[in-house]
Design a protein around this ligand. Structure first.
Ligand SMILES: Cc1cc2nc3c(=O)[nH]c(=O)nc-3n(C[C@H](O)[C@H](O)[C@H](O)COP(=O)(O)O)c2cc1C
Length: 153
């Protein structure tokens, strides 16, 4: 069994729906050997990262940056996982009101240090909320889980 970890903050009804859609995608019925879990960044620890074979990060953009919760997760987990988790496949989604670019740059800068491996370009969900965002998150979850399941990442 492989472990897929979603670390995503959910301060609103919409962002809760996005995290749930991502998890639903990870748990697609065709995927047999991947166990997926969603944790709030404030609850996620370095030990959770150590156990993960793949990670999906989800964050709101707040004041042009990632959420304080995701930043706190990195503050706590960065050094404890740095050496052993290089090459870990990851994906990112960002929910922003209008922008999101500052958040993508900030997360990617940290990931460059961690040397995690991106499985696709960041998913930016900005503008007025659309149900399509949930489809996009579900697809992202399935892509990561199916790739882990097939052993191609
Ligand atoms: C304190 C605060 C700061 C925010 N700063 C930004 C920002 O800098 N750029 C942006 O695009 N959206 C910003 N937003 C909008 C949030 O990203 C957005 O409301 C959040 O992702 C939740 O999405 P929802 O409104 O669809 O639930 C901010 C929201 C809050 C509450």
């Amino acid at each position: 069994m492989k472990n897929l970890l979603i670390v995503a903050n959910t301060p609103s009804e919409n962002t809760r729906a996005l995290a749930q859609a991502t998890l639903r995608g990870c748990q697609h019925p065709d995927i047999e050997s991947v166990a997926s879990v969603h944790l709030e960044p404030l609850a996620a620890t370095a030990e959770d990262v150590m156990k993960a074979d793949g990670i999906i990060l989800g964050t709101t953009e707040n004041f042009g940056y990632m959420s304080g919760a995701l930043k706190d997760f990195f503050d706590r987990a960065y050094y404890p996982v740095l050496e052993q988790k290089q090459g870990t496949p990851y994906a990112l989604y960002v929910r922003a009101g209008l922008d999101g670019s500052g958040t993508i740059i900030a997360v990617q800068r940290i990931i460059t240090g961690l040397r995690w491996k991106s499985i696709r370009e960041p998913l930016l969900l900005h503008g007025a909320y659309q149900n399509q965002f949930e489809h996009d998150c579900e697809e992202l979850g399935t892509l990561m889980a199916a790739s882990l399941d097939a052993g191609v990442i």
